[in-house]
Design a protein around this ligand. Structure first.
Ligand code: 5AD
Ligand code: SF4
Length: 462
């Protein structure tokens, strides 16, 4: 990063010269929380180059799309959105358009962008995000197009520390603890685009956590594709539970959440720690993907339905108030209706607070994309709807059962639809709205649930 600071400074002058005024930058993020965290770093670097944050593409001199590759429809959508930018560039040739993120780690996508979208001047992958000042510098010095998406051998497996971060304005800050994924679930493109798992040094994480707390954030979201395997490969042995323990020891009034947990690496030690902690929320995102052992095997998830359910039972025993959320893939290649019914019954047993459901999308280069997939999309959609309807019923019942309970709530912002009401997030992850005249955003308050709706509560200050 030291090397990059020199370009940050140089770019300040060059950008001002090219635009003729204080440059405005717009970064649009697609996909997961990991991409949101990367965009905060990109914006951090742009602010250090003298940019202001623009509200949208039309106001911006620099437009960057931080892309996602997890499902096919993201790709289709991106191409059409990039096509739209052509008009902006024609109207004002000095604006600078760039693409980055997971899709730029896919050769085929980069090839297509190079060929069909000549007005995209800057293309860079996830592994070289920290070199953005240098890449931009080359454009500002006259190169027509700069592409840097280290593929395969060229990838760096080190982590660039000390990047400036332009964090969001809310009460929650994300903190990336590791990058990449080693699991190779057969449907998933992440290990191919993000590369192997690398953990940050605990000292760096603690430094950043302290910084976040000192800035006044009230919730830290620890991020990684598979946080439960944190620490692998570090010189001094440490695991995720130990890291969490170090963070919760830090002084201050804050909460901790984390995602994503892989059930195969979720330990009882971790559950015990969450149960004892006053800061770690009793709300765990534990993607199951499928309830059928046969499909789990095909997915290369490396746990069984019973192992998953035993973790859930253990956690519920230790924390009667624990809530779970999950990700589910419907219509994996070769999945039968009987397999799907296993997923449905698992969900009915766990009773998730909410779930993120996806119809299988074949990703180039993954094993699942090669598997025979005879079930028509329309049929998969029917199954998906059946699952969603079952989940709605569970959410409605369980949320109603919370009426009368008093919960710890972190206030987030005034409600837009109701004068004098506040929106907050309960420790259990649910959104709650309640009348509150004199409560500031970022306060911890006790709120009694008065109405449990399908996806939120209403309440009153207790
Ligand atoms: N098709 C559908 N869903 C997918 N996911 C990941 N890859 C695919 C795919 N190829 C889902 C998984 C994962 C979530 C982030 O996205 O459920 O947990
Ligand atoms: Fe993909 Fe599996 Fe890694 Fe999650 S754990 S990113 S689903 S390979």
């Amino acid at each position: 990063m030291m090397h990059q600071w020199q370009f940050l400074c140089e770019n300040r002058e060059l950008l001002l010269h090219r635009m003729g005024h204080t440059p405005r930058a717009f970064v649009k993020t697609f996909g997961c929380q990991g991409n949101v965290a990367d965009s905060e770093k990109i914006m951090g670097m742009l602010i250090n180059m003298g940019c202001e944050q623009a509200e949208d593409e039309k106001q911006a001199d620099i437009i960057l799309y931080n892309t996602c590759a997890i499902r096919e429809n993201a790709e289709i959508r991106l191409f059409s959105m990039v096509g739209e930018l052509k008009r902006l560039k024609q109207a004002n040739p000095s604006i600078l358009i760039g693409l980055c993120g997971c899709m730029m780690q896919q050769d085929e996508v980069v090839r297509q962008i190079r060929k069909s979208y000549p007005f995209v001047e800057l293309i860079f992958g996830t592994h070289v995000l920290h070199t953005m000042p240098e890449l931009l510098n080359r454009i500002l010095r006259g190169e027509r197009r700069v592409v840097n998406c280290y593929e395969g051998e060229g990838r760096e497996n080190r982590i660039a520390e000390h990047l400036p971060i332009q964090r969001g304005q809310g009460v929650q800050a994300s903190l990336q603890i590791m990058y990449g994924c080693d699991n190779f679930c057969s449907y998933c493109i992440v290990p191919y685009v993000r590369g192997r798992e690398v953990s940050r040094e605990p000292e760096e994480i603690i430094r950043e956590a302290k910084e976040i707390i000192a800035m006044g954030y009230k919730e830290i979201l620890l991020l990684g594709q598979n946080v439960n395997s944190y620490g692998k490969g570090l010189e001094h042995p440490i695991n995720f539970a130990q890291l969490l323990h170090q963070i919760e020891q830090l002084e201050g009034d804050f909460r901790i959440r984390f995602m994503t947990s892989h059930p195969k690496d979720c330990t009882r030690e971790l559950i015990d720690l969450i149960a004892q902690s006053k800061k770690i929320c009793h709300n765990i995102h534990l993607p199951v993907q499928s309830g059928s052992d046969r499909v789990l095997g095909q997915m290369n998830r490396r746990y069984t339905r019973e192992h998953y359910l035993s973790l859930i039972r253990y956690a519920k025993e230790k924390m009667p108030d624990v809530t779970f959320t999950t990700d589910i893939i419907v219509g994996f290649p070769g999945e039968t209706y009987e397999d799907f019914l296993q997923t449905l019954s698992l969900c009915q047993e766990v009773r998730y607070q909410c779930m993120f459901t996806f119809i299988f999308s074949p990703r180039p280069g993954t094993r699942a994309a090669q598997m025979p997939d005879p079930v028509p999309y329309k049929e998969k959609t029917k199954w998906l709807n059946e699952l969603i309807a079952a989940q709605h019923k569970i959410s409605e019942e369980d949320n109603r059962a919370m009426e009368g309970k008093v919960l710890s709530v972190l206030t987030e912002h005034p409600a837009q639809d109701r004068e004098g009401w506040m929106v907050g997030r309960c420790e259990n992850g649910m959104i709650i709205k309640f009348p509150a005249k004199d409560v500031r955003a970022g306060s911890f308050v006790k709120v009694k649930v008065t109405r449990g709706l399908r996806s939120e509560y209403e309440g009153e200050l207790a």
